[in-house]
Design a protein around this ligand. Structure first.
Ligand code: NAD
Ligand code: UD1
Length: 358
């Protein structure tokens, strides 16, 4: 503990004067993206307080983060919807800003169990807002998603592209609804400072290989599935459709390295201001399924078996953003390539074939 205080003092001395070290509450901070954000926050002298119910993560992920940053992370095992408990945590820990990641994110499950998704994602957010209101914390960064754009009319997607129409899953609707709730709340009281970050497709892992994406069961998303095929845990990748109007007929997405995404949160934190600001966090580059498989083959050094399968219902042909607004307003841009992401994902997968220890 003493070392932690000494380190904080050193960091405060060497951190550029514009950046003030803060205490940040991360809801859902034990998950894939949250753990990477804690590392980026610590590198800039900020201290993280995590509230997570571990419904889709393990405490051992926090242990790994602590070993990367050589400092303790304050952790509270709690459901965000337990408002009394959350209030007590916030009163005890005094965060100055919140990064709100907690929620359920499996698209297919949300179609099967919509009420669970609306209850968890919406009520967790309302509980958090009540506690922030009561404790006069006014700064919040929200994990939104490119899914709010539905089926894109034109590419690249900008923040003013049509959103909140034609969304293909209850999960996606919860993101659009939470965005609207935050806009409405900001409208009633101009002291709120909200940043809505629309993530494109987060991939990769911290370069240490100690933390990464650890999906429960069969991965729904492409990159973790490819990584498990590369590791021999699954036989082959099913490529969902090869007859789209894209470069090689397979689906195109904007894959963003999770550490670039984490840096985007730091940039958003440093630029919070009254009202609501919305940003696309992506690279601006589209990559097809076959291009991603090819990059992963380069990263792992052996061929990855795949077969063409029918299109997945609800999928769009291509989705990528213009990250220009984040570049202009936040002075942020992605720096990692898709090959970097594949290499880091492979390091994590090959050194942790079964994910985090129980
Ligand atoms: P994740 O599942 O790894 O992390 C979410 C964390 O929230 C988990 O640790 C889970 O245990 C926790 N949680 C869930 N319900 C909770 C509750 N009621 N109370 C407290 N904790 C709760 O997911 P992730 O990939 O790290 O995503 C983080 C956020 O970013 C989510 O809101 C997700 O919807 C959003 N997002 C993710 C992606 C992606 O592809 N990973 C893309 C766009 C947006
Ligand atoms: C999916 C979700 C989206 C969510 C995002 C989180 C759907 C319809 N969309 O987006 O709401 O915000 O995850 O990251 O589920 N693919 C294969 N084989 C696979 C898996 C995927 O070919 O085994 C293809 C898909 O058809 C798509 C691309 O790979 O073209 C990326 O898929 P995925 O990683 O699931 O992300 P999204 O579909 O963009």
């Amino acid at each position: 503990m003493l070392w932690w205080f000494i380190r904080q003092l050193i960091l405060r001395t060497i951190t550029p004067s514009k950046v003030v070290a803060m205490r940040i509450l991360l809801t859902g901070g034990a998950g894939y993206i949250g753990t990477h954000i804690i590392v980026a926050l610590a590198a800039n002298g900020h201290q993280s307080i995590v509230v997570d119910d571990l419904s889709n993560s393990r405490h051992s992920a926090i242990d790994r983060v602590e070993s990367i940053i050589s400092a303790p992370v304050v952790f509270h095992h709690s459901d965000l919807r337990d408002t009394d408990r959350l209030l007590k945590i916030v009163e005890d820990t005094h965060p100055e800003a919140v990064i709100h990641l907690a929620g359920l994110k499996a698209v297919g499950q949300s179609v099967a169990e919509p009420a669970l998704y609306y209850d968890t994602n919406i009520n967790a957010t309302l509980s958090l807002l009540k506690v922030m209101e009561a404790t006069q914390i006014r700064r919040l960064i929200f994990s939104s998603s490119a899914t709010v754009y539905g089926d894109p009319e034109t590419l690249p997607l900008t923040e003013s592209s049509r959103s909140g129409i034609g969304i293909s899953s209850p999960y996606g609707w919860t993101k659009a609804m939470i965005e609207q709730i935050l806009r409405d709340v900001a409208h009633t009281d101009p002291s709120w400072q909200f940043s809505l970050l629309r993530y494109f497709n987060p991939v990769g892992a911290h370069e240490s290989g100690l933390i990464g994406e650890d999906p429960a069961g069969i991965p729904n998303n492409l990159m973790p599935y490819v990584a498990q095929v590369a590791a021999g845990r699954r036989n082959r990748v099913n490529v969902f459709g090869d007859d789209y109007d894209t470069i090689d007929g397979t689906g195109v997405r904007d894959y963003i390295h999770v550490m670039d995404l984490a840096q985007g949160h730091l940039a958003a934190l440093n630029h919070l201001s009254p009202g609501v600001a919305t940003y696309n966090l992506g690279t601006g580059q589209g990559t097809s399924v076959l291009q991603l498989i090819s990059a992963f083959e380069q990263a792992c050094g052996h061929p990855i078996p795949y077969q063409i399968a029918p299109r997945r219902p609800g999928d769009v042909a291509a989705m990528y953003c213009s990250p220009a607004k984040a570049g202009r307003d936040l002075n942020w841009q992605a720096t990692h390539t898709i090959l970097d992401a594949c290499r880091d994902s492979w390091r994590w997968q090959s050194t942790n074939p079964d994910g985090y220890p129980a």
